[in-house]
Design a protein around this ligand. Structure first.
Ligand code: SF4
Length: 341
């Protein structure tokens, strides 16, 4: 094990780590919200969303009482919407089962929707100042390089090795654990970056096996990609005589689950068949944009069809596109804005 790892990391964090993130030094609720937002999303992207979210939902009770649509509309643009649905569900469970107080216990935290072992560890250490072990993407990369862990890190053998290393490096005492957790996160994201890590100023350069073996590029080993083919999605904006657009709530499960959008399908013809709408052939092409999800890309083609409401059998909400207040996926909003610009 690396000599005096905890003390060295704590000293580095004190002088070089991050101390002014908007969720730091507040409370456990703020830690929980930020940790969920930071899953799969960079700090600089999260900050403005986090600030707006906390103003609208300042505590567990407010979040639990809010309509899901309201929560989703504050999440629109952050992606991975199941995180927002789980946040809302978890707030309701906390109010119902824990008198509105986030549990201070690893097993109880892990039972809550959207909270895995690492998020629970971060809530315990950063939020409560208790012992908690974390293992987010940045920390995995850091440990893989420090200890030259080979193989796909998503496989269970590597996962077990990483958790056991993370556990043995984490101090027992709560307050020390808080700065340790922050230090691991900061070192992983500021210094041991995925691309071009800043090894010359890394406090563990002399201990890092990947650096010593001159093989940083090998760690972590690339994940076996599960790539989905690029796709074309047709977005059919149906507009009634009052210039209102039809917004349909998307199924809870799947991409953009629970958000609102005009009908989306693989082609105009299929959309027309699904909606029993022959007039679809008269839809006018407005424009297109490209959008990248984490594992595939789509081209969104925007069509508009002006038609009487009584010809449309799909159920949804009719509203002027610019005035619609519920959560719309960011790329769809971009398409609609582009049209009205
Ligand atoms: Fe990462 Fe370089 Fe430090 Fe190793 S020496 S932990 S590769 S920044």
């Amino acid at each position: 094990m690396i000599n005096r790892f905890t003390e060295r990391l704590a000293r580095w964090q004190k002088f070089h780590g991050r101390h002014d993130l908007p969720w730091q030094s507040h409370g456990v609720y703020e830690t929980w919200i930020s940790e969920i937002m930071l899953q799969q999303t960079q700090v600089k992207v999260v900050i403005p969303y986090y600030k707006q979210f906390i103003v609208r939902f300042p505590d567990v009770q407010t979040l639990a009482n809010a309509p899901l649509d309201d929560v989703l509309s504050h999440w629109a643009g952050l992606g991975y919407y199941s995180r927002a649905r789980n946040l809302h569900k978890t707030a309701q469970i906390i109010v119902e089962n824990y008198e509105g107080k986030i549990p201070k216990n690893l097993d109880k935290l892990k039972e809550l929707p959207g909270i895995g072992r690492s998020t629970a560890g971060a809530i315990l250490s950063l939020g409560f100042g208790l012992r908690g072990v974390i293992q987010d993407g940045n920390v995995k990369r850091l440990l893989a390089r420090l200890f030259a862990i080979t193989g796909d890190l998503s496989k269970s053998k590597a996962q077990n090795d990483l958790w056991s290393l993370a556990d043995s490096l984490t101090p027992q005492e709560g307050e020390a654990c808080r700065s340790h957790t922050q230090g691991m996160m900061d070192l992983g994201s500021i210094i041991c970056r995925r691309i071009r890590p800043d090894c010359p100023i890394c406090p563990f350069q002399n201990d890092c096996l990947a650096f010593q073996q001159n093989s940083i590029a090998k760690f972590p080993a690339p994940k076996q990609a599960n790539k989905r083919q690029d796709e074309l999605w047709v977005v059919l904006q149906i507009v009634n005589q009052a210039d209102e657009t039809l917004f349909i709530k998307r199924p809870a499960k799947g991409i953009w689950g629970g958000l609102y959008a005009p009908p989306i399908g693989p082609s105009l013809k299929e959309l027309g068949n699904d909606m029993n709408l022959n007039a679809v052939a008269e839809a006018e092409f407005i424009g297109d944009i490209a959008h990248a999800f984490s594992h595939f890309k789509v081209r969104l083609e925007h069509y508009r069809l002006k038609i009487g409401e009584d010809h449309v059998r799909a159920s949804g909400e009719w509203q002027m596109a610019q005035l619609f207040q519920k959560g719309i996926p960011a790329p769809i909003q971009k398409l609609l804005d582009k049209d009205s610009a």
